[in-house]
Design a protein around this ligand. Structure first.
Ligand code: ZN
Ligand code: ZN
Length: 389
């Protein structure tokens, strides 16, 4: 069962919506124009709209008779990246762009909403969940804290993300972990500043920080079971201002990823042990801040099966990878999957040459897959909320 005809005829509209959203990207919790646009499109389709959850979030509700409720989630935010695609619909908001395809995610869900509101071939309730601030700021958690699932109950919840490097319109979904937990850490090493030519008169925090950076690499290789996955990456090193002065402090920042809580605990313990121990060995001090940002994204067994079946109906079973390797990237849909059963699928965005990866300044969402993604959403609703069941 390929793309639904009515949705194929919405391809032009979805493309226009996607490109409009791409031209006016907004970042975490500032998605005001985006919120207006999404709410307006839902209202045009005759869908009841609630605004304001997590500030700029939008929830659309469409009910047909009595039945279960399903949540479909799209993310709304852009990234702090100056766009370098050169396309006609390039961002006009300096320093911001939709480099993760959330513009496409919104357009696909709006297309499905339009179709479902017209055809109403299901029994139950669909919640169209448009969430702000997926990147770094946990807008999904904020929506839950604002009462998302109390005010707009659902029995299951589903998410979708485009995936560069996968053939356009193919799907990948598996039960269990699909995206990693996202932790951050900061280590402030305090030594004692002195003349660069007289290091013996102070305590050099730069040398201590360098040793810490090296030793942090042993967490994944020595402190975590080789059969488990973990990443510890230092992404920032800040110390000193000039050629001939040893500074007082050096600051390291970075991120850690894992799929399970006990591995996160081992990583956090390792970061603290290494920072404290190495600093102490040199007579310096180390202050460690370790923060758990997102939990792992873990698909539920039966919902992942439903998602795979629907994806196979849409694109053919050869086009569905039922055992994709999990990604060490992170996703705040994880918070929704902790509250309700559901599944998160990847949809292929097309071949990935240099620069088309997510978060790259030359990335652009592939408009060819809009009808495929919208059809997946529509068929998922018609399957889970089967009117004939
Ligand atoms: Zn992203
Ligand atoms: Zn994303």
């Amino acid at each position: 069962m390929p793309v639904i005809d009515r949705i194929a005829r919405l391809h032009g509209d979805m493309t226009a919506w996607r490109r409009h959203l791409h031209t006016y990207p907004e970042t975490a919790f500032e998605e005001h124009q985006t919120q207006d646009f999404v709410a307006e499109r839902l209202r045009e389709a005759g869908i009841e709209v609630h605004r304001g959850l997590a500030g700029t979030g939008v929830v659309g509700t469409l009910s047909v008779g009595d039945g279960p409720a399903i949540g479909l989630r799209a993310d709304m935010d852009a990234l702090h990246i100056p766009e370098a695609t050169g396309v006609a619909h390039q961002s006009v908001h300096a320093g911001r762009m939709h480099a993760c395809g959330h513009d496409g995610h919104m357009a696909m869900l709006l297309g499905a909403a339009r179709y479902l509101a017209e055809t109403r071939r299901f029994r139950g309730t669909v919640r169209f969940i448009f969430q702000p601030a997926e990147e770094n700021e946990a807008g999904g958690r904020r929506m839950i804290e604002d009462g998302l699932f109390e005010r707009f109950p659902v029995d299951s919840v589903y998410g979708m993300h485009n995936w560069p490097g996968m053939e356009p319109g193919c799907f990948a979904v598996r039960p269990g972990p699909v995206m990693a937990a996202f932790d951050i850490f900061e280590i402030v090493v305090t030594g004692r500043g002195t003349h660069g030519a007289m290091p013996h008169l102070g305590i050099d925090p730069v040398v201590v920080a360098a040793e810490i950076i090296g030793a942090l690499q042993t967490i994944a290789s020595r402190a975590v079971d080789p059969l488990d996955s973990a990443v510890v990456t230092v992404t920032q090193v800040h110390a000193g201002d000039t050629w001939n002065v040893i500074p007082d402090t050096a600051t390291l920042r970075g991120t850690a990823r894992a799929f399970r809580e006990d591995v996160q605990e081992a990583v956090e313990a390792g970061v603290r042990r290494i920072a404290d121990g190495i600093a102490a060995a040199h007579g310096a001090g180390a202050e460690v801040r370790y923060e758990r940002r997102y939990p792992p994204t873990v698909n539920h067994e039966s919902e992942a099966e439903v998602a795979a079946r629907v994806a196979a109906d849409v694109s053919g079973s050869d086009a569905v990878d039922r055992d994709p390797p999990p990604s060490m990237g992170a996703e705040d849909f994880a918070f929704m999957l902790r509250e309700r059963p559901g599944a998160y699928v990847r949809i292929g965005n097309g071949p990935c040459g240099e620069g088309c990866s997510l978060h790259n300044p030359t990335y652009d969402f592939n408009d060819d897959i809009l009808p495929v993604g919208a059809t997946y959403w529509a068929r998922l609703v018609e399957t889970v909320l089967d009117a004939d069941a």
